[in-house]
Design a protein around this ligand. Structure first.
Ligand code: FAD
Length: 317
């Protein structure tokens, strides 16, 4: 079976969920090989990658890889593409992943597809473009297909692989040392999952009415183990921080479940959540455009519906 490289996303030695999704996807198309870039590799990480099907794990632990911005990872992947001639390279469609994908495409003279929400036979990728208005199927026609896949595009399923380790030494070029990381500041986060990676997102919009009222959105999110999102109307009003804005000028999310409360469904909001697998809408206006993309809609006052929903979920735990 043909080898497919999967760039591992990791933090503090933990393999991120999106990597397990990419390994699952790669397994359906060939033999996945994980690529670990930077320090922090542990036995637990190795076990996790093998558990989800990595036949091989390329380990490039050099401190230098993490010491410079993005470019070393693209250089590492380019070396592996040249040495191993894989059938494809998969990265997560995060801001960093997409930049790596673009750089790798230039280095290997290959085509690149970003923001894929699915990948099938022949590396044909599904994309949702123009604010979610058009679905496209595309395929790389030149070089090694490089595909950046959105988090939550596939449910991760464990199926053990050999996990054979191969150490990789890389001598970085001067160009890869162009931008040095001088400081890393860990963002303080609560117990909630990261917005773009969360399997469930609960978002509130103008209908929530105030910053204080966002606590009912947070309570529902916490009952589901979800991340909290917001429409631009809510973030512009200062009710919720901008980093949680979902949409064209905010974050793109593609969770298994997206709950939109008090959000009308403007095209710019849809652009950031339309590829969610199941969309639940709570809105008091039955004509709100967001109902057009809802799998399940509740016409009602969110101040009544959301607390009742939270209570019901808590009861069933
Ligand atoms: C260039 C550009 C980029 C943009 N980028 C983004 C973006 O990234 N993300 C984004 O979200 N928007 C973005 N916007 C803004 C977008 O056009 C909308 O203005 C915005 O999404 C509206 O937010 P909303 O749905 O919360 O508010 P509204 O459109 O005002 O809708 C509020 C909804 O709440 C409902 N409601 C009110 N009270 C209740 C209640 N008690 N119970 C239940 N329902 C209730 C109403 O019926 C209504 O449907 C952008 C706009 C532009 C021009």
């Amino acid at each position: 079976m043909s080898e497919i490289l999967v760039l591992v996303e990791h933090a503090d030695g933990d393999v991120k969920k999106v990597t397990l999704e990419l390994l699952t996807l790669a397994r359906s198309l060939g033999e996945p090989s994980a690529v670990w870039a930077g320090p922090g590799y542990t036995d637990a990480a190795k076990a996790k990658l093998a558990e989800y099907g990595a036949g091989k794990i390329y380990v490039a632990e050099s401190e230098e890889i993490a010491g410079y911005v993005v470019a070393p990872k693209a250089e590492l992947l380019a070396k592996l593409v040249s040495d191993a001639s894989p059938a494809a390279v998969l990265v997560a469609a995060t801001a960093e992943g997409k930049e790596i994908a673009g750089r790798l495409a230039i280095k290997t003279d290959s085509g690149v597809i970003t923001d894929a929400v699915g990948l099938g036979e022949g590396f044909v990728a599904d994309q949702s473009i123009f604010g979610g208005g058009v679905n496209v199927r595309s395929r790389v026609t030149k070089g090694t297909p490089i595909v950046a896949v959105r988090p939550n595009s596939t449910a991760p399923v464990a199926e053990p692989g050999a996990g054979a380790e191969e150490k990789v030494e890389i001598a970085l070029s001067d160009a890869a040392r162009g931008a040095k990381v001088v400081e890393r500041v860990k963002q303080e986060r609560g117990a909630r999952p990261e917005l773009t990676e969360a399997a469930i997102v609960v978002s509130g919009g103008r209908g929530v009415g105030s910053g204080e009222n966002f606590s009912i959105i947070e309570k529902l999110a916490d009952s589901l183990g979800a991340a909290v999102g917001a429409s631009r109307a809510a973030t512009d009003a200062g009710w919720y921080p901008h980093q949680f804005q979902v949409g064209q000028t905010g974050k793109t999310v593609s969770p298994q479940l997206y709950v939109a409360a008090g959000i009308s469904g403007a095209i710019q909001h849809r652009a950031g959540m339309q590829t969610s697998k199941t969309i639940v809408v709570i809105n008091k206006d039955s004509e709100a455009p967001i109902f057009e993309i809802a799998d399940f809609g509740v016409v009602g006052d969110l101040f009544q519906v959301v607390p009742q929903l939270t209570e019901e979920i808590e009861k069933r735990k």
